[in-house]
Design a binder for this molecule. Structure first.
Ligand code: HSE
Length: 437
């Protein structure tokens, strides 16, 4: 076997330590696949004392990320620091020094990916980022290679484990949002700042990468429509179930004749779909290609060793391809850099979907007719309806309406009318609905 490939590891937290551990444990098996041994050349950590407790005695531990990546003997740098501060400086420095980079950093690539990919291409190095999207699931591999024959029509995924855990627990145990969030944090699923999870930002980071790879467009996180799960009540979860649906935080990237939909929001999915039954912190992604039809991928979306699984897959890929001419490698965004398209991202107002609308109303004559009128005037057709109990106040009731497809701008117009109705208390929830067929 030729000499080992030397890998520098930036960060020894959840992802870094998992990578170190799995590389050690499966060392022989991985070398048999890669054709070279993978050797950790150095580890860079803020807390060197803590790092020393994780890595073997022969591995140097340093604390200057930008300095470490200059090491002439290092061929691959694994960035497992996270965030967009030091991680960005270190990745840019690594590229400048001609190192290939493997990263799990979705925020970094969602915000600065276009610049980073351009710099890497100019320097002839690879940026591999399987671990940035959906943990262990090889989604990037699937889109860039497995489905390369297809015109991708849409991608829809549960790509934030924390939100999926919260929604699953709310449904299974009838618990309110805040209580389950605290549990998710205790179990360590949530990002350092859980806002990223529950407000849909983490999912949108991932979906902007998937959209870029699926459709051959630049990474456009700032154009994504992003809504999280903080407004979902246990009541909505239970009404959705009565109507035959589950609520999931779904990321959707869809090609339409007018542009690309790029959106993250809570979504009603028919309970009979496999993806609707993906529970807990698990991720799942559906991809529809014109030739393959719909394919489904499921697995752990976070965690030390599941994420390490994807990081190491990238290390092996890079090891195999680093001797190839840059033009013979798989392009960063699946499409050749000079063949990216400028198809626009569709404004949310132009997106067509159907809706779940729950309104709290006074239980009196004509209320339903008023609601139906507001929807009809906006050109929206009602699919089905549920009127549910009085709750605490016998004079009030919840009305839940499922609509047929309409444009978001029509629904916005209808909602503006509905909240002004004297019989409506102002408390309402709107959740988009997708069939995923
Ligand atoms: N906080 C993320 C999640 C971790 O909950 O899915 C993986 O990106």
């Amino acid at each position: 076997m030729t000499e080992p490939v030397r890998v520098g590891l930036l960060g020894i937290g959840t992802v870094g330590s998992g990578t170190y551990r799995v590389l050690e444990r499966n060392r022989a098996e991985i070398a048999r696949r890669a054709g070279r041994r993978i050797e950790i050349a150095w580890v860079c950590a803020r807390d060197r004392e803590r790092a020393r407790g994780i890595v073997g005695p022969g591995v140097p531990v340093v604390d200057d990320a930008v300095g470490a990546v200059a090491d002439p003997a290092t061929e691959i740098v694994v960035e497992a620091i996270g965030g967009t501060g030091i991680a960005k400086d270190a990745v840019i420095a690594a590229i400048e020094h001609g190192k290939h980079v493997v990263t799990a950093n979705k925020a970094l690539l969602a915000l600065h990916g276009n610049e980073i990919f351009a710099a890497a291409s100019a320097r002839g190095v690879m940026i591999a980022f399987e671990a940035a999207v959906a943990g262990c699931i090889p989604t990037i591999k699937v889109l860039r290679e497995g489905l390369v024959a297809n015109r991708i029509e849409w991608i829809a995924g549960i790509v934030n484990g924390t939100s999926n855990f919260i929604l699953s627990e709310m449904r299974a145990k009838g618990l309110p949002f805040a209580e389950v969030l605290a549990e998710a944090q205790r179990l360590g699923y949530a990002e350092a700042d859980p806002t990223f999870d529950v407000e849909g930002i983490d999912a949108a980071h991932k979906m902007s990468l998937l959209a870029a790879i699926g459709f051959g467009i630049p990474v456009q996180f700032t154009r994504a429509h992003v809504e999280g799960i903080t407004g979902i009540t246990d009541k909505d979860v239970s009404y959705a179930e009565k109507l035959g649906y589950r609520i999931k935080l779904l990321g959707i990237a869809r090609r339409t004749p007018e542009g690309i939909e790029l959106r993250v929001h809570p979504t009603l999915i028919p309970a009979t779909r496999l993806i609707a039954n993906v529970e807990g912190p698990t991720n799942a992604i559906l991809i529809k290609g014109d030739a393959a039809g719909v394919t489904l991928y499921q697995g752990a979306g976070a965690g030390s060793e599941p994420t390490a699984s994807a990081v190491i897959a990238d290390i092996v890929d890079v090891t195999r391809l680093m001797r190839a001419e840059p033009q013979e490698r798989v392009p960063h965004l699946a499409f050749q850099a000079d063949a990216l398209s400028d198809i626009p991202i569709l404004p949310m107002a132009d997106v067509e979907t159907s809706y779940y609308l729950r309104v709290r109303v006074k239980d009196q004559v004509g209320v339903l007719a008023d609601l139906a009128r507001a929807l009809a005037d906006a050109g929206i057709s009602i699919d089905s309806m549920l009127q549910q109990g009085a709750g605490d106040d016998e004079n009030e009731t919840d009305i839940v309406i499922l609509t047929h497809q309409t444009r978001e701008r029509n629904f916005d117009a209808a909602i503006a009318r509905v909240v002004e109705l004297p019989s409506v208390s102002g408390d309402y929830t709107r959740i988009r609905r997708e069939d995923l067929l």
